[in-house]
Write a protein that binds this ligand. Structure first.
Ligand code: HEC
Ligand code: HEC
Length: 453
């Protein structure tokens, strides 16, 4: 209609001008808040209802124990669970743990958080061989992947098992002079100084009191909640009744690699599963309790241990020299570099080590020693006297490299990549809550990673 068009001309022009003004105002506001956020960290962005950390139902094969390996290692993942009854995961506790894990204000100069050295996209390890602490200093060892840290019998932490529990461990990086450079007192003061913490402590523990014990419990809950069961391995596993069956979603090469990993094709060498056991692929001891109560072992990286004596640095016992813990192999495909010192850049190099590079360390695990010459004897003795057979095996000291063919090596690498859990690596509930919407997560992760070494 003529009338409406005429009458609306002016209002339209005015609305356009107002629209421009509004857009500018919004842009200026966004800029101001961006500049603000550049100096001081804004609070975390959390869902109204917490994510589900506590109600996770683990798949059956995490519970049952039909996993191939030695008699002693045929355990299920939950047999290895190190959750103490005094610190069961709650949604609110793990949520608080997530915020603490990503909070850069909790380091001596506000430069780094746990996540600076434990990156979600890398299975919570650091793609750098050694990590840089708050003041640029380097850590002594390679960072450890945290996927399935919950499943480690004995519940000791670090490559050398110097932390007696995860609750003990999570407070140590804060106090490490290279890593975060705080004292527990200073840590508590910093947490108290952030306005977003009291409500999170109240939700998690019933009151706003903030102390290092609660900080430790919340962080341990968050770390234990990082459990992987959505890899291609899991999708295949849920369609068959045994881990040894061919998985319908695997290529022939991946199935072959799986078989070698779990049985070594029946060649008579120790399957990888005697040490990387259960369907959590967590380190277990092939000798059970006879291994001095530790699952850490020596896998023949060096002929002797001088610079880094591993578990012996904690126990003071020479028989523990060169023994190390390994993280779970879940997400190992994105967890390079490998071993306690990050000496191997690729999985190919790791497999080459087992294939041809085993060194005759005095504490080299019996599972990796030459015993083919006495194999028949040991097998016969083993039927009558298993413990005597085991002692015979310990006596043959020469390393027994696996001598894989090139196809076998490629198959093993292909299999290890099936343990990558893309869901976990991008799941928001394990992600940085301080990231603003629209902020490029990848760029941020690269910034926080350190300059190439
Ligand atoms: C500057 C880098 C850096 C920072 C920051 C850091 N870590 Fe680590 N983390 C490492 C390194 C390196 C290791 C292995 C050290 C060793 O074994 O001697 C490690 C090991 C661990 C382990 C042992 C895993 C296992 O299976 O035994 C856990 C758990 C862990 N860190 C959690 C945390 C938490 C929680 C924080 C924050 C409070 C944190 N880290 C901060 C570098 C870092
Ligand atoms: C005797 C026990 C034992 C056996 C058998 C064994 N491993 Fe290991 N593995 C270890 C230990 C211990 C470590 C950590 C060593 C270190 O860092 O000093 C390790 C580390 C690894 C790592 C690197 C993990 C990381 O995050 O850095 C991979 C991958 C691996 N092993 C794969 C295999 C494969 C594949 C086989 C079979 C061919 C195998 N292992 C057999 C004990 C064993």
């Amino acid at each position: 209609m003529q009338w409406t068009r005429k009458a609306s001309d002016k209002p339209i022009a005015r609305m356009r001008a107002l629209g421009r003004l509004a857009r500018w105002t919004l842009a200026l506001l966004a800029l101001a808040s961006a500049l603000d956020g550049a100096d001081s960290q804004t609070g975390p962005r959390l869902p109204n209802d917490p994510f589900d950390y506590a109600g996770i139902v683990l798949p059956d094969y995490y519970r049952s124990s039909n996993f191939p390996g030695g008699r002693r290692t045929r355990r299920s993942a939950i047999d290895l669970d190190n959750t103490p009854s005094s610190n069961i995961i709650t949604n609110e506790g793990a949520t608080l743990g997530r915020v603490l894990f990503y909070d850069k204000s909790l380091s001596a100069n506000g430069a780094i958080s746990c996540s600076s050295c434990h990156l979600q996209a890398h299975g919570f390890t650091d793609p750098k061989r050694l990590s840089r602490g708050f003041a640029g200093g380097l850590t002594r060892r390679h960072s450890m992947g945290l996927t399935n840290a919950r499943f480690y019998r004995g519940g000791k932490f670090f490559w050398d098992e110097r932390a007696m529990s995860l609750e003990d461990q999570v407070l140590m990086p804060f106090q490490d002079p290279v890593e975060m450079g705080l004292t527990l007192q200073r840590l508590e003061a910093l947490v108290r100084s952030q306005p977003y913490y009291p409500p999170l402590f109240e939700a998690a523990f019933g009151s706003t009191a903030i102390d290092s014990d609660r900080i430790s419990r919340a962080l341990a809950q968050f770390v234990r909640s990082i459990v992987s069961f959505n890899s291609r391995y899991d999708r295949g596993r849920s369609q068959v009744s045994s881990p040894l069956a061919n998985f319908p979603n695997f290529s022939a090469e991946e199935n072959r690699g799986k078989r070698i990993f779990m049985t070594n094709g029946g060649v008579g060498r120790a399957p990888c599963t005697v040490c990387h056991g259960s369907e959590s692929f967590s380190l277990v001891s092939p000798r059970g309790n006879r291994n001095r109560g530790t699952s850490a072992s020596n896998n023949g990286l060096d002929t002797s241990s001088v610079a880094d004596r591993g578990v012996a640095e904690t126990t003071g016992n020479g028989r523990d020299a060169g023994k190390f813990k390994s993280p779970s192999l879940r997400n190992v495909g994105v967890g390079a570099p490998y071993m306690h010192d990050g000496r191997f850049a690729t999985l190919e190099e790791v497999i080459e080590h087992y294939s041809t590079g085993l060194e005759p360390h005095p504490n080299l695990d019996p599972a990796l020693r030459e015993n083919s010459r006495v194999e028949g004897l040991i097998a016969r003795v083993g039927r009558l006297a298993p413990s005597l057979a085991e002692r015979l095996r310990e006596h043959s000291r020469t390393p027994e490299p696996y001598r894989f063919s090139s196809q076998e090596k490629a198959a093993l690498v292909a299999f290890l990549h099936t343990l990558t859990d893309e869901t976990l690596l991008s799941d928001e509930k394990f992600s940085d809550p301080f990231i603003e919407p629209g902020e490029p997560v990848i760029a941020r992760a690269e910034n926080s990673a350190n300059a190439a070494l």
